[in-house]
Design a protein around this ligand. Structure first.
Ligand code: DGL
Length: 261
C-alpha cells in the first residue's frame, strides 16, 4: 500500500503550488498530479457540475491506486469535498482559504480573501467566515479570469497585471493587514499581489498547512513513506499545450500525459 502514489488534483496548474509544498515536506513520497484543464476554470462553473466532476475524478484516482488524495483546489473543495469524502475510502486532504489563520493574525480587525467567484459564493465559505472570523471584517474579493490568465498568458503578463490592478489594488484602501490567497493559482503571483498592497500586509498561502495535514493523515493511516520521490503529471487537456505552461511555472521540464478520469 505505502509504495502507491498520493493523488493531487486541481482544475489546472494552480495545484502545483500545493504540490511544491507537499514535495518539500514529503520528498520520498510519489505523487500523481492531475490537471483538469479541459474544464478550467472551475471558478465559473455551477456547483452541481463541480460536485459530479469532483466525485468522478476522486473515484478514478482511487481506482488508479492512490493511497491518499489531495484536493488542491479551493473551488473543488467548496463544491465537492463532502461528496468526495462520502464516496472515497482514502485519506482526503482538502484546501480552503486561510480565513482562520488570517483572523488570528490581524491586529486591525480587517482582512481580505482573494478567491474564485464560485468559492466566494459557496455556503462552505460563508460558514468558514461565520465560524472563524466572527468579529473580524472580511472583504471577500472574487477574481474572475485571474486563474486562466495566469495559465494562458503567464504570471508576468500584462493581462494578469491588469486583473491584479482591478482586484487587488483597491484592497489597499480598506485598511486590511492580512490577505488570504483563497485559490491555488494565486501563489504564482503572490509577489505581484504583495507589491500592490501597503507594506506590512501579510499575504497567506495554505500550501504548507496542507502538507502538514497530509503528513498527519498519512501517519495516522500508517501510510507514510515507501515512495521514491517520483512525480507524474497528467491533464484532461492537450498535453502539448499544458506541458509548455507546466515547464514555465515549475521551472523545469516535466513530462505531461493525457488522462481522462
Ligand atoms: N485553483 C482553483 C482554486 O484553488 C481554481 C481555479 C479555477 O477557477 O479553475 O480555487
Amino acid at each position: 500500500m505505502n509504495y502507491r502514489p498520493i493523488a493531487v488534483f486541481d482544475s489546472g496548474l494552480g495545484g502545483l503550488t500545493v504540490l511544491r509544498a507537499l514535495r518539500g515536506r514529503l520528498p520520498r513520497e510519489d505523487f500523481f498530479y492531475f490537471a483538469d484543464t479541459r474544464f478550467l476554470p472551475y471558478g465559473d462553473r455551477p456547483e452541481v457540475f463541480l460536485k459530479e466532476r469532483g466525485v468522478l475524478i476522486a473515484d478514478a484516482l482511487a481506482q488508479r491506486g492512490a493511497k491518499a488524495l489531495v484536493i488542491a483546489c479551493n473551488t473543488a473543495t467548496a463544491a465537492a469535498a463532502e461528496a468526495i469524502r462520502d464516496v472515497v475510502v482514502l485519506p482526503v486532504v482538502a484546501i480552503e482559504p486561510a480565513v482562520k489563520p488570517a483572523a488570528a493574525l490581524t491586529r486591525g480587525g480587517s482582512i481580505a480573501v482573494l478567491a474564485t467567484t464560485r468559492t466566494v459564493a459557496s455556503p462552505r465559505f460563508q460558514r468558514l467566515v461565520e465560524n472563524h472570523a466572527g468579529d473580524v471584517r472580511v472583504h471577500a474579493q472574487a477574481c474572475p479570469g485571474l486563474a486562466e490568465a495566469i495559465e494562458q498568458h503567464g504570471p508576468e503578463s500584462v493581462q494578469v497585471a491588469a486583473l491584479l490592478d482591478r482586484f487587488v489594488t483597491p484592497l489597499g484602501a480598506l485598511g486590511i493587514d492580512v490577505l488570504a490567497l483563497g485559490c491555488t493559482h494565486y501563489p504564482w503571483v503572490s509577489a505581484a499581489i504583495a507589491a500592490r498592497l501597503p507594506a506590512g500586509v501579510s499575504v497567506l498561502d495554505t500550501g504548507d498547512a496542507v502538507a502538514r495535514q497530509l503528513e498527519r493523515l498519512l501517519a495516522a493511516a500508517n501510510r507514510l513513506g515507501g515512495g521514491q520521490g517520483h512525480l507524474k503529471v497528467a491533464t484532461s487537456g492537450a498535453p502539448g499545450t499544458v506541458s509548455a505552461t507546466v515547464d514555465r511555472l515549475w521551472g523545469q521540464h516535466l513530462h505531461v500525459e493525457h488522462w481522462e478520469p
